[in-house]
Design a protein around this ligand. Sequence first.
Ligand SMILES: O=P(O)(O)O[C@H]1O[C@H](CO)[C@@H](O)[C@H]1O
Ligand SMILES: [Mn+2]
Ligand SMILES: [Mn+2]
Length: 406
Amino acid sequence: MARAIILMMDSFGVGASADAADFGDVGANTFGHIAEACAKGEADEGRSGPLSLPNLEKLGLGLLAEESGGERPPGMNFNGPADALYGYAQELSRGKDTPSGHWEIAGVPVLFDWHYFPQEIPTFPADLIDELIAEGDLPGILGNCHASGTEIIARLGSEHMATGKPIVYTSADSVLQIAAHEESFGLERLLALSELARKKLDSHGLRVGRVIARPFLGDSPDTFKRTGNRRDYSVLPPAPTVLDKLKEAGGEVISIGKIADIYAQQGITQQVKASGNDALFDATLAALDSAPDRSVIFPNFVDFDMEYGHRRNVAGYARALEAFDQRLPELLAKLKDGDRVFITADHGCDPTWPGTDHTREYVPVICFGPGIKGGNIGRRESFADIGQSIAQHLKLPPTEYGKSFL
Ligand SMILES: O=P(O)(O)O[C@H]1O[C@H](CO)[C@@H](O)[C@H]1O
Ligand SMILES: [Mn+2]
Ligand SMILES: [Mn+2]
């Protein structure tokens, strides 16, 4: 049995990378700053005291974070030896966005520049929006600016419901996001409009990473809440990833949560939907019971990023980390000979950092499984080392980028 399980802790950075200055992120450290706030008693909502991650610590998380961030995050007292291979990786891709991070982990760094919308109002090109309004049969749009997704539905949600104009916005990422009410506007209509926006961007030659449909419910700024029916419409990865190689070889690639969307359905053989970190973990455990030899089981734990990182909610992020840590023994108990678990992240999103966007950081690289001897694998030059290690483990043709640590 040879299987790979990739636990993607979306946005769990472990310290500003060497090129963080290019992104205005020198000093950012998602993990380090959460641990500091916890140690100071500043993250006591729904939890209390120093950050407690005993299971991740035994896998080398504190040890690797000391190297990547320059000091041991407070609360991390385990001195080894670790039960896992542990290190950290810098990103070759030029963006600190979700597709870049994910594709690079699967062996395909993004070496071109995405199209980003300017910090102006209106932010989107007039001809693009005119076509979207005409072909989408809309009375107009709201927003047309940079925004945080929860803030903009609180501000414009009521006007949206009254006028039927969808809220179209972007962020520091290469994204066009459309928020609309699931009932008053309609979920199917929102998804169709998002697909249309994807086609329009492509036909205008704009290399925008993703169109994201952001459905929400509620009837007032206090009750508006985004639902689990979010959909991402990504461009295709520029080259075959290790997932494509496994699918091609007849293996199973099981997407749990938004993975399939992030890879634009490429190289995916099964899709499991789940919303929220706990349900995603449950689905991962269920997949472990059924996945055959030569499988990749790939969940994305999106709450870290979407619910806490972007919302700059330190206590919430700490709670989610502790909850994730507490579930790891369930996963360990299910591993079979030949299983290799990889724990990593796609970028940072330091909840103590100014603004609401991602931060350019190193990501953790942890690998363990039955019979594996732990040890320090140091600083990896690309996230692609994970893809290459998976290619080797599953006896697939090598990926173009990355060095195996197995
Ligand atoms: O503020 P919200 O809508 O959550 O947007 C965030 O989510 C997007 C996709 O992950 C990112 O581009 C980021 O800006
Ligand atoms: Mn992400
Ligand atoms: Mn994000």
